[in-house]
Write a protein that binds this ligand. Structure first.
Ligand code: ADP
Length: 457
């Protein structure tokens, strides 16, 4: 690009300089030759010619004079012009017609260039001959050569300077990109501790932050997943051990009373239920991953759905001596949702509220406001630390790993809840304070809900 600009500019500058110099010389020799021609046309005595020859011999410009037949009669010392010889006929005819002659001639011996200007000598319309004044172009050629050398030096200096700058800038741009490419490849290979050092605050800098965020997200996901697999195998093993142990006791009739037998049968039933719940959750999640969850949406009464879920969790609540309250505000309206999936959502949230609360109450509030249906499930339990809140909807995430041993659970419940709420056009949020309790808030937009109904029609 630089050369494309530089070369034509150099060429134009060269032309301007050489044009200027040659023009200067041309004007001078034109003046001089017309001056001599004027002089000769005024007085043409034969003895003036040697005088002119002598004067021109010591002046800056040399000359030669031809008579009206084109024969050279005066030469003030030009080596390749010979007295007595004739100039070309076309020059003579041009001079005869009163025209001037301008030409560049080259000395065949020295190779020197000359600018030649010829003016006719006219006296009362009669042609007497011509005066040729010549100027060497050597000085001009030398000056031009200097200008050209300077142009070339300046051009190549600027060119190399530009090349250096381009190299430095491109390196400055490409180095962080190369570093990021390497980091991305290391991350892809599973080296998730890799981080890129941001070097600037521009787009490249934000790309490094994005790569670092990606690496830490992947790292958290991988850690959670590893933990989940460790936990899930433990969670699966526990009920299976119970099932094996108690079924063996029953088979070998190792119980001592019918009551004891009943108790063992209850345990087997409970553990089988737990196992099936866990498998169900895993199955739901894998279906969500594939986007294969089918919703059976219809107009449902949210109050009824909530009452049903509270009813289903009432045994657990009673066992822990907890009260579950439902309060409804506003004028009841129907919502376009999947009743079974909503029940699953509420059971999950109520189950958590009861599980993580030792004393106090669980309050369920249902608001029918203008455009929305809002539900809050609030407990007075152990709460969730603020730093953990952003992750509790992540799959396999459990607050303080020791909690899960104590309370059971898989860390899948809230991930499923969030998915199901969002699939039905709703939103879920959480606020919590350690030692005081937790509050989950769900919102369903009624307008969005009605649009879905229209789409279906
Ligand atoms: P889990 O099956 O372990 O309960 P969830 O996905 O339902 O899994 O919940 C994720 C984590 O959030 C739980 O491990 C628990 O520590 C925390 N959590 C959920 N609900 C509550 C609550 N109401 N009170 C305190 N902690 C809660």
């Amino acid at each position: 690009m630089f050369l494309i600009v530089l070369l034509p500019v150099g060429f134009v500058i060269d032309r301007i300089f050489s044009g200027f110099y040659i023009n200067e010389v041309r004007n001078q020799i034109e003046q001089s030759s017309s001056h001599y021609a004027q002089m000769l046309s005024n007085m043409m005595p034969p003895n003036i010619l040697p005088m002119i020859e002598m004067m021109a011999g010591v002046s800056q410009f040399k000359l030669y004079i031809v008579d009206n037949h084109g024969v050279i009669i005066v030469n003030s010392g030009i080596t390749n012009v010979i007295k007595g010889k004739t100039v070309p006929t076309e020059e003579i005819s041009a001079l005869t017609q009163g025209e001037t002659i301008e030409k560049v001639s080259i000395d065949s011996n020295t190779g020197e260039r000359y600018l030649v200007y010829g003016t006719p000598i006219l006296k009362r319309q009669s042609f007497y001959g011509g005066v040729y004044v010549i100027a060497s172009l050597e000085g001009i050629d030398q000056s031009l050569q200097k200008v050209r050398t300077m142009l070339l030096l300046a051009g190549s200096g600027t060119f190399f300077l530009a090349l250096g700058f381009t190299y430095i800038i491109s390196k400055k741009l490409s180095d962080p990109l190369i570093q990021m490419e390497k980091a991305a490849r290391r991350i892809a290979k599973g080296d998730l501790d890799t981080r890129v050092r941001p070097t600037s605050k521009d787009e490249i800098g934000s790309l490094s932050y994005a790569i670092n965020d990606l690496a830490s997200d992947l790292q958290r996901y991988r850690d959670n997943q590893r933990e989940f697999f460790a936990n899930i195998s433990h969670e699966l093993r526990t009920p299976i051990t119970y099932l094996e142990g108690y079924s063996k006791v029953l088979k070998e009739k190792l119980y001592q009373s019918p009551e004891e037998k009943e108790k063992y049968l209850d345990i087997i039933h409970e553990e089988a239920g737990r196992l099936s719940r866990m498998i169900g959750e895993l199955f739901d999640l894998s279906k969500m991953d594939e986007g294969k969850i089918l919703l059976h949406q219809e107009w449902i009464d949210m109050t009824e759905v909530l009452e049903g879920a509270i009813e289903k969790t009432s045994i657990q609540a009673k066992e822990k001596g907890l009260n579950v309250h439902l309060q409804v505000f506003g004028e009841a309206a129907l919502a376009y949702c999947d009743g079974n999936r909503l029940t699953q959502v509420f059971i999950n949230l109520l189950d958590n509220a009861i599980r993580y609360t030792e004393t106090g109450t669980v309050t369920v509030d249902l608001w029918y406001v203008k455009d929305e249906i809002k539900i809050t499930i609030k407990d007075t339990g152990i709460g969730i630390p603020e730093t953990e809140l952003p992750y509790i909807f992540d799959r396999f995430y459990r607050v303080e790993k020791s909690r899960s041993r104590q309370y059971g659970g898989t860390g899948l419940g809230l991930a499923i809840v969030k998915n199901l709420v969002e699939l039905q056009g709703g939103k879920i949020g959480v606020t919590s304070s350690v030692g005081e309790g937790t509050c989950f808030e769900l919102t369903f937009h009624r307008t969005a809900v009605e649009n879905k109904e229209e789409e279906k029609r």
